[in-house]
Structures are given as C-alpha cells and as structure tokens.
Design a protein around this ligand. Structure first.
Ligand SMILES: [Zn+2]
Length: 719
C-alpha cells in the first residue's frame, strides 16, 4: 500500500483565526443547548453585514456558498468588513459586565465571527482552487490582516481573563466533560499563542506573526509559479515507452497552451508517469531536474530566502513563548506531544526502509546494468515489477476509470456506514468552476449535507490533493449540515475516459476518508470539531485499504472497454506485489518528515537552506538514489502555513493507528465487518475532538495501536 502524503486543507484563514473558532470558555452547568445559545447570542451586538459575500448562505440544503457571485473585489470587501464585525463581537464579549459563564463567554466566542467564517470559506477556495492573479492579490493583502485580527483576539487581556476564569472554575460551575474540555483547551490555546505575555511581548509576537503570514503567502505563490511550467517535446520518438493516455494528456496540455508537440507539466501527476515509463534517459533527467528544483533556481521564484526568514521568525516566536524551538511549541497539542516521541517512531521505521532500498536498488542494477540515478528509480522499478511479479501497471490502468473508482468509494461508504451519494443535476447549486460536481449525501436516508468534487489540474490551482469543509456539523446553535469537498489534480483528457493509476485511486479514497470523517460528525460545539494534526490522517489513510478489496474490484474496477471485471490472475499479481517498492515510498516520505523535524528543532535556525538540507540528509545517511518527496524549496506543508510544520511525521503517526485498524477488520474475516464499522463510525469518526483521541482508540480497539501492524503493511521485518 502506498501511503499518501497529502494535505487536508482548511485554508489559511482558519489557521489564522483559530482563536475565534476553536476558543473558549465559561459557564453554568445544566443549561439546555438552546438556552445556552440564547444567552450567548444576547451578548453579541446586533449587526447587519453590508457586504454581499458576508450574507447568510441561502438556497436549498441549508444554504449553499454563492460561488456564482464571488469576485475578487467583493471578496476583499467582505473580508475587511467581516474583520470589523468580528472585532465588535469580541469587544462585547470581553467588556460584558456580567460575571463570566460558559454561555456568555465560551459559547459567545464560538459564535463570534460567523460572517467572516463564511467569507473565509470562499476565500480559501478562490485562492487554492482558482488562484488567478486577482485572488492572489487579495491573498497578499488580506492574509496579514487576518493574522493580525486573530492576534487581536488572543491578546485581548479582558477576554483572556474571562476565558481563564471559566476554565479555572469549571468544576464549581458544574460544566460537563465536553464543556470542561472546551474551556481548558481554550485557555491553554490562548496561553500557547501569547495571551500571557506582557505588552511588549505581545507587540513583538504580533510583528512576528504578521511577517510570517506575508512570508507564507509569498512562498506559496512562488511554488505555484514554478509548477506552472512544462517541458515541451516536439520529437515523438522521445516519448517512446509512455502509455497512450499519458501521451494524449501531454498532447492536450500542449494544445491548451497553443504549442505544437507534447507538454510534460511540472506537477507530480505529469512528471511521475513520465519518469516511470519514458525510455529516453536524458529526457527523464531533464524532466526530473526541473521538478525537484521547483523553488530552487536562483530566480524570482526561488524560495530559499523566504524559508530562511520563516524559520528565523518561528525560532524567535518559540523562544518568546518560552520554548526551546518551534517543534516543541508546535507539538504541544498533538498526540505525540514531543519531537522525541515523533522521532522515536520515525527512527524505528527508517532503518528497515533504507535496508529495503538497498535491496530494491540491487534488483534494478541487475536489470539496468548501470548505477541507478534518481531519475532512473521509478523507471527501473517498473521493469523489476514486471520481471518479479509479471505485473505491468499499464495493464491495470483500464480498470481504474475515474467514475468507476468514485462509484467504488461510494459503495464502500454505504456498506460500511450507510452513506449514500446522489449526483445533483448541473445548476442545482452554484459551483466555482464547471469541473465541479456536487452530490447530496444521506446517512441511512437522513440528509447530512453536500459533497463537492473538483477533480482536475488547471493553471493556478494548488498541486496535490486535499479535502476542505465549507461548513461543518455542529448542534450547539441548531443543527448545521456539512458541506465538504475533495480536490484532486487528475489530468483531464478531452473526449476520452479518464484513467487513473492505482496510486491515484488510493489518493481518491484517502481524501474521501477525510470527507466521511466530516459527514459522520455528531459534534455539538465548533471548538471540538477539529482533530489533532497527527490524528487527522488516520481516518483518511485507513480508507485507502478498501480500494483493492474483492467487492470493489469485482463490482467497480471494470475494464473501461470490455466492461469485464479484473481477472483473478491480475488480482493475484497485485496482491503478490502489495509491498513492492515500499523502500522507495517510505524513504522518500520519511526523509521529508525527518528533515522537517531536524529543521524545526535546531538551537539556532539555519540561514543557508540548501546547505542545511544537504547536511541533514547526510546525517540521515539518505540513499543517493532517492530524493525527498518534498524538498525544502517546494515543501508547501511546511511553509504555506504553520499547520504541518514540525508535523509532516503525522502521516506516519496516523498510520500506526490505520494499519492496526485495517488488521482488526482483516483478522475478523470480513473487511466490511458491520460491527467493527459501526463502532469505528461512532467512536473514531463521529466524535471529532470531543474526547481524548488516544482514549478513543483504546475504546475502539480495546488496547493501544501496535506499531508492528505498520511494519507488516509496508512489508518490513517486525523484530
Ligand atoms: Zn490527508
């Protein structure tokens, strides 16, 4: 199984305004939710937003985002006014003469900023999925203002004292377990973000956060610019070896750019197939170099100086807040809790992964007759796969037609959890691009929301795959349904079926797993809706395992031309090759995670980023045949926001739980075991962050997760 190293989005706004939506505290026990909400609502000033994009969402399905009316100037106006409205609400909560209670402080704080949240959902999509110059300009202007607005809430002394009071007196106030969890997490979050600093410290921290916000935006825009490039091939012979559908996609990419020939775009979904199949070694090297040097060409898009500034600012912030380094600060609210715990897990996997790479390289050398360079690895891996397992990935492709794969994912969701998905006719609800498809989602027949899919790569759109929610479930102020989206970067081929790889199919199931997590939510309060970074990839990764289960292979993965299911002999070959090339997959991922942690635990931050990367890899003994999956100059996870910084290990941390969970299903003799699925949905998916997640895992599984399951999934020795 390939592990995916993908983002769950969320948008920078939510990270920046986290205090407003994940905050806070106070209260009286025993109140009904309705009474509590009414008390909170009464604290907030009555305000009527003027900006069109701050208005409540109208239309069917509990109101939907007005994508058809979004423009960059309207979005800018909405964000600016939304910040003002939120400021007035925060002032009313902080200046309330009544003694702090859970309702008048914590609930009110969760309610504050609703119009801004709506505009923020639009903002996140327009910058990430569309990314045209006008939205990039709004991003550049507004991101630092949104960051400052978040700091203003954290640094509000009167507000912090009210939050702290409720948290410190939670028992006397008779708060229930969830309320207590909210107020304690809120208080700790305020402190972690600088609420307890003196005035000079707060001013300094505010300057750092604004500078970071500017640097994040700059980094992201530079990387997108370097991905909006291509290698043009005019001699067809140089495409020898490339499968027909990749060739057709390259021709279409050239046509769209008014070029003659074939364009290999500088994104992973174009580059990886080329590196896997193109016979022309010199051209593979050229395409590979262009891709791995994104952000590292010494030109206007070079990110090294931005990264140096980001790590310097992060280090200053950590020290200002009393931590030794960014990682220690950043990991406070994680399952792993400390860099040492994350490193311990990574180190347990690193040595067997490197040993496996040595074996893989030996197999490849035997076929190639020469040393294996990084641009040879995927190519000769395919040759070995063919020789060892008689398995040609291209033989698989006709079975992975995009619509069929998606239908298989829907089947999984229905059989495991009772979810159904019905496609809405185009025009039923607005969409932000004609490529977007919308489905109504029901849970055992009960409507729970809408699922938006945006499947195809296009210029300006961020690379990779991610999930985001436009609205999450909560019930503290009336029941809200869920609007969730999955975003992929498949290559659109005109007038022919879209065939994806097994790896892409697993990505699709991965992002769909994030969406199922959102659709399963029974969370009451928004403050408990999110998950810790190193837990959140568990519900997504575990669902990758269902792609190659018998009911999905037999029912959905049908040959695109003949309509016949995959022959048993081919299924057997796939299963036999299940852990093939795991050395490569593990080392390319894990080296990125280890360098991330190394960078963010330095006593003093490096200034020469390229040199740091080289030295760090040398310390790890990085195999020379492999490059990091994300080199630092293009590592969006680390440098477009704080969210995955000192957190790229999270995929591995989550994988310990996902591998152990998959073993639980398999060992039961039924990978769709209804009892295990029901408990998984109830305990793991529906609770959000309403209780401690390590405890939740023990409730689900009856014990802690076993790391050996992860080693077995990857085919490494467990001793
Ligand atoms: Zn994910």
């Amino acid at each position: 199984m390939h592990r995916r190293q993908l983002l769950i989005a969320g948008g920078s706004l939510f990270a920046l305004t986290a205090c407003a939506s994940t905050g806070s505290a106070a209260g009286g026990g025993g109140q009904s939710l309705a009474a509590e909400a009414a008390e909170a609502r009464a604290v907030l000033p009555k305000q009527t937003p003027r900006a069109e994009l701050l208005q409540e969402w109208t239309g069917p399905f509990g109101g939907v985002p007005p994508w058809d009316r979004v423009t960059a100037p309207k979005l800018r106006a909405a964000l600016l006014e939304g910040i003002e409205l939120q400021r007035a609400e925060i002032a009313a909560i902080a200046d309330n003469p009544a003694p702090p209670t859970f309702a008048n402080t914590s609930v009110a704080l969760q309610m504050a900023g609703e119009p801004l949240d709506r505009a923020g959902a639009l903002f996140g999509v327009m910058t990430q999925n569309i990314g045209s110059d006008d939205y990039q300009a709004v991003d550049t202007e507004l991101s630092p203002l949104l960051s400052a607005a978040g700091d203003e809430i954290t640094f509000n002394e009167k507000l912090f004292q009210r939050v702290k009071h409720v948290a410190d007196h939670a028992d006397e106030m008779g708060l229930n377990a969830q309320q207590k969890r909210i107020v304690e997490r809120s208080r700790d979050g305020f402190v972690r973000n600088g609420a307890a600093l003196n005035a000079a410290g707060k001013a300094e921290l505010g300057r750092i956060n604004t500078a970071l916000s500017n640097a994040f935006t700059s980094f992201g825009q530079k990387v997108v610019a370097d991905e909006n490039a291509w290698t043009l091939i005019t001699d067809e012979a140089r495409l020898n070896g490339l499968p027909a559908d990749n060739k057709a996609a390259a021709a279409a990419a050239a046509r769209r750019r008014n070029l003659t020939g074939w364009a290999i775009l500088n994104t992973r979904s174009s580059v990886d197939p080329f590196l896997s199949y193109a016979d022309d070694r010199a051209l593979r090297e050229q395409v590979w170099r262009k891709f791995v040097n994104r952000g590292d060409n010494g030109d206007a898009n070079d990110t090294n100086a931005v990264i140096a500034e980001i790590v310097r600012l992060r280090d200053q912030r950590a020290k200002l807040l009393g931590f030794r380094n960014h990682a220690e600060w950043r990991m406070q609210d994680t399952m792993a809790k400390t860099p040492a715990a994350a490193m311990s897990l990574m180190n347990r996997v690193w040595a067997p992964a490197k040993a496996r790479v040595a074996e893989e390289v030996a197999d490849m050398r035997a076929i190639a007759g020469h040393d294996i360079e990084p641009w040879d690895y995927l190519y000769y891996a395919e040759k070995v796969r063919k020789a060892k397992y008689d398995l040609d990935q291209n033989e698989l492709k006709p079975y992975f037609e995009l619509n069929n794969v998606r239908a298989g994912s829907f089947y999984m969701a229905e059989r495991l959890y009772g979810f159904t998905f019905e496609k809405l006719a185009a025009g039923t609800v607005p969409v932000f691009h004609p490529d977007v498809t919308v489905y109504e989602v029901k849970d055992h027949g009960r409507p729970v929301g809408l699922y938006y899919t945006d499947d195809y790569a296009r210029p300006g759109k961020r690379s990779g795959a991610w999930m985001t929610t436009y609205r999450s479930h909560t019930s503290y102020d009336g029941d809200k349904n869920v609007l969730a989206s999955n975003n992929n970067n498949f290559i659109k081929a005109e007038d022919r079926p879209i065939l994806i790889s097994l790896d892409d199919a697993q990505t699709l199931f991965h992002e769909f797993g994030h969406a199922l997590h959102a659709f399963s939510s029974k969370v009451v309060y928004p403050a408990l809706g999110g998950s810790q970074r190193d837990f959140v990839e568990y519900p997504s990764q575990v669902h990758e395992h269902w792609v190659l289960t018998r009911p999905i292979i037999e029912g959905f993965l049908k040959h695109v031309e003949t309509g016949r299911p995959m022959p048993q002999a081919l299924v057997d070959k796939i299963e036999a090759a299940d852990t093939f090339n795991q050395g490569y997959a593990t080392v390319s991922y894990l080296s990125s995670a280890l360098v991330d942690m190394d960078l963010h635990t330095q006593g003093s931050p490096p200034t020469d980023i390229d040199k740091f990367e080289r030295d760090s890899l040398a310390r790890l003994g990085m195999p020379k045949e492999i490059v990091m999956r994300h080199r630092l100059p293009q590592f969006n996870h680390l440098f477009t926001s704080d969210s995955y910084s000192a957190g790229y290990y999270s995929y591995l941390w989550s994988e310990v739980m996902d591998a152990d969970t998959w073993a639980y299903f398999k060992d039961s003799g039924d990978v769709f075991n209804p009892d295990i699925a029901a408990r998984y949905k109830e305990i793991i998916l529906s609770e959000g962050n309403s209780s401690d997640r390590a405890d939740a895992y023990r409730r689900f599984r009856g014990r802690d997760p076993d790391v050996a399951a992860l080693l077995r999934v990857r085919g490494f020795p467990t001793s």
